[in-house]
Design a protein around this ligand. Structure first.
Ligand code: PGA
Length: 249
């Protein structure tokens, strides 16, 4: 059985004080939820304070990115060990905004995935096609390439060590969600790919999240799909009450 994971990506929102306030409210709102795992990924500047506030609650903490070297002269970068030292459990890797605006490639995504795993962090590997790619019928070939290179050289001890997030780029922050059937078709395909790249047993246990305009109103239908094991939520995760309604899908 895969325990659903509802993850909030706070992107470049919230000061430290705002983030602490939100995670405090969220922890209270989900205190009785035992069947679903909850994670938030605040900006780096709020990570330490949010991790402290979340400690002992049902909320896990993740980072939005990491660098692959363990230390060195890499101005502006954050090492995996710095994240584990704060109590981070997860790290988002290869989000489409990083690919689009910050030159992230499948190759650098792969280095980050490997570095996260070596440090004992659970990477949330993001993949997804653009609208033009979908319209051109390239959805599966684009995803296959992202998965193939992104997971090159990776072998997992257990399925819980990796999370994959399918985030169609055309659905992020646009209010356009993939239909549950569209998402399920892709998730099924991704699980089959994972089976080929890793092992079928490991693939059965890996959680594949859907991301892209997830809201309280569409979470139930998406989460009812057999291969959708949670959500990566941007905009709707910024408010504790709204996000906790998604957690209670
Ligand atoms: P959104 O973002 O929920 O605001 O569409 C999702 C994401 O980018 O992870």
């Amino acid at each position: 059985m895969r325990t659903p994971l509802i993850a909030g990506n706070w992107k470049m929102y919230k000061t430290e004080a705002e983030a602490v306030d939100t995670v405090r409210q969220l922890a209270t709102a989900v205190a009785d939820v035992t069947a679903v795992e909850v994670m938030v990924a605040p900006p780096f500047t709020a990570l330490s304070a949010v991790a402290r506030e979340a400690n002992g609650t049902r909320v896990r903490v993740g980072a939005q990115n990491l660098f692959w070297e363990s230390e060195g002269a890499f101005t502006g970068e954050i090492a995996p060990g710095m994240l584990t030292a704060l109590g981070c459990t997860y790290v988002i890797v290869g989000h489409s905004e990083r690919r689009q605006y910050f030159g992230e490639t499948d190759g650098t995504v792969n280095r980050r995935v490997q570095a996260a795993l070596s440090a004992g962090l659970i990477p949330v590997l993001c993949v997804g096609e653009t609208e033009a790619q979908r319209d051109a019928g390239q959805t599966f070939s684009v995803l296959d390439k992202q998965m193939k290179i992104g997971l090159q050289g990776v072998s997992l001890k257990k399925p819980g060590d990796l999370v994959v997030a399918y985030e169609p780029v055309w659905a992020i922050g646009t209010g356009k969600t993939a239909t549950s059937a569209q998402a399920q078709e892709v998730h099924r395909h991704l699980r089959e790919r994972l089976g080929g790249q890793l092992t079928p047993e490991i693939a059965e246990g890996i959680r594949i999240l859907y991301g892209g305009s997830v809201k309280p109103g569409n979470a139930t239908e998406l989460m009812a799909m057999p291969d959708i094991d949670g959500a990566l939520v941007g905009g709707a995760s910024l408010d504790a009450d709204t996000f906790s309604r998604i957690v209670r899908f």
